[in-house]
Design a protein around this ligand. Structure first.
Ligand code: NAG
Length: 500
């Protein structure tokens, strides 16, 4: 799998920059609904990396606000100037693998009955492929042979990265942040067996005065869903759905978030890492499980964090921790916590197109359940919710005179915007809103309605699950420009518009 992915990522030169449609979203009052205006000119502008506005973090002591950029966008420290960004097909295929992984995980942890594929847990294979190494004695703990919650296949695509500091003195690393997994990890020296290529120098624990291994007898070691023991030291392991793997010592060291520190942060120090993580140094898990950063640092930040994903791949958003996280005007919905660990479940209740609630029985949403995920690109809906959305959206697009274009990968409702974009610069889209328990609504920004493969092929950025019983996933395309707030203490998730 990794090899197949490697072959596929080398194809695209600069087309990545066309991916994220740049927008100037304007709300024009129009009798209860508003008109979403999409600035197609700026799409072309942003095909030029020079147009990118890349901000750095604020220099305020005590602040935790980190800049968030798209992993492969021009502001990313990981952006590959040689053009090795993944293609749209590769991104969407990887997105589908992640979704299948999340569906497997959710059906395992919630005990939902599954009628078809995928119920089998992925298991760690101790001893594969080079067992002559430390830490090689990784084995699943008796409590579970299943994988720890992790972000699924191909975490290298469709994701956002932040800078963190690790160790004393702090070394700076660019890591993927992921609300769909818990345990943080970075690649560590010595890479006993193998490390994948990363942009920054690999973390060397020997150079940090605050690094410590966690012992096998520590209760922290038993927090891991999958753990092992080597020479008295706790060993962690995560295998992703595509065969990507990270194995190493479970350790603690000082974590630096912007200008704040979290001493004794527990993370995986990976000495055996394989997979395509897009040259990121590792991953920061923001899930609800006991090993995640928000849970570990609960005393400090109260289980509160918020992020904003920028409208375009050349923009900059933020990730912030603590009660100061910007979400003053957030529309709140309850965080549903009895569905197992890790994922952020919310109660989705409806979908609006052009300000009108679609006729979808509430049971469709309650049967499936819904999670908010920072790492899934395209929002997935139960087929019985997707069909009415697609048809209402298509009607709105037809009324505005847009010509249909062929389907693309998992996206089946596409339009050719060529003439429109030349005539008007901005194009109008039917507004789409997702409605949640408590009345909170996510009025999707114009940048989050279409996935633009090309001006001649811009597709509704939603897709149907295979089955009405599969969990719905609110993907990161639809979250763009909102401050998405997570409060583990108050058990709420919130959406504040226009935050970045
Ligand atoms: C952590 O454990 C590894 C493997 O046993 C060892 O090489 C290293 O020196 C330990 N580090 C510390 C700070 O104890």
């Amino acid at each position: 799998m990794a090899a197949a992915t490697a072959a596929a990522v080398s194809c695209c030169h600069g087309c990545w920059l066309l991916l994220l449609l740049t927008t100037a979203a304007c709300a024009l009052g129009a009798g209860g609904s508003s008109l979403e205006l999409l600035d197609v000119e700026s799409l072309l502008l942003h095909a030029d990396a020079a147009a990118a506005s890349c901000h750095t973090q604020e220099r305020k002591p005590g602040t935790t606000r980190m800049p968030v950029v798209h992993q492969h966008g021009p502001c990313s420290p990981l952006a590959d100037k040689r053009g090795k960004a993944p293609s749209h097909r590769e991104i969407l295929a990887a997105d589908q693998r992640r979704v299948e992984y999340i569906h497997r995980r959710v059906s395992q942890t919630t005990g939902r009955a599954r009628r078809k594929r995928g119920a089998a847990p992925v298991e760690l294979r101790p001893g594969a492929p080079s067992s002559s190494t430390s830490p090689s004695s990784l084995s699943s703990s008796s409590k579970s042979a299943n994988l720890p919650a992790s972000s699924g296949a191909a975490v290298d695509t469709g994701n956002y990265v932040v800078p963190i500091g690790l160790g004393t003195p702090a070394e700076r690393f660019t890591v993927i942040f992921d609300t769909g997994s818990d345990t943080a990890w970075v690649q560590c020296e010595p890479c006993v067996v193998y490390c994948y290529q990363q942009k920054e120098p690999i973390f060397d624990p020997a150079k940090s005065s605050t690094y410590a291994n966690i012992s096998c007898s520590s209760s922290y070691c038993s927090d891991l869903e999958t753990s092992g023991c080597t020479g008295g030291h706790c060993v962690y392991g995560v295998e992703y759905g595509d065969g990507s793997i990270t194995v190493g010592f479970f350790a603690q060291d000082t974590l630096t978030l912007a200008y704040d520190t979290v001493p004794g942060f527990r993370f995986g120090c990976g000495e055996r890492n394989r997979g395509l993580f897009g040259e990121a140094a590792g991953l920061l898990g923001l899930g609800r499980g006991s090993t995640s950063l928000p849970v570990q640092a609960y005393g400090k930040y109260g289980g509160v964090f918020a992020y904003c994903l920028p409208a375009t791949s050349s923009g900059t958003g933020f990730l912030d921790f603590g009660r100061g996280a910007p979400a003053a005007n957030a529309r709140l919905t309850p965080m549903l916590t009895d569905n197992g660990p890790t994922f952020y479940f919310v109660g989705m209740t409806g979908i609006k197109v052009e300000g009108r609630l679609l006729a979808i029985p509430g049971s469709v949403f309650s049967t499936a359940g819904a999670i908010v995920d920072s790492g899934t690109v395209i929002t997935r809906l139960p087929p019985s919710a997707y069909e009415p959305l697609r048809s209402a959206f298509a009607k709105g697009m037809a009324a505005r005179g847009y010509k249909k274009a062929p389907a693309y990968s998992i996206l089946d409702t596409c339009y050719d915007l060529t003439g429109h974009h030349q005539r008007q610069g901005k194009i109008a889209l039917p507004p789409v809103s997702l409605v949640f328990q408590g009345g909170a609504s996510l009025d999707v920004d114009a940048s989050g309605i279409l996935y633009v493969v090309d001006v001649s092929q811009a597709c509704l950025a939603f897709a149907a699950n295979d089955d009405d019983t599969d969990v719905a996933i609110i993907g990161n395309t639809q979250q763009k420009t909102y401050s998405v707030l997570y409060d583990l203490g108050k058990k709420v998730v919130g959406f504040a518009p226009g935050a970045c």
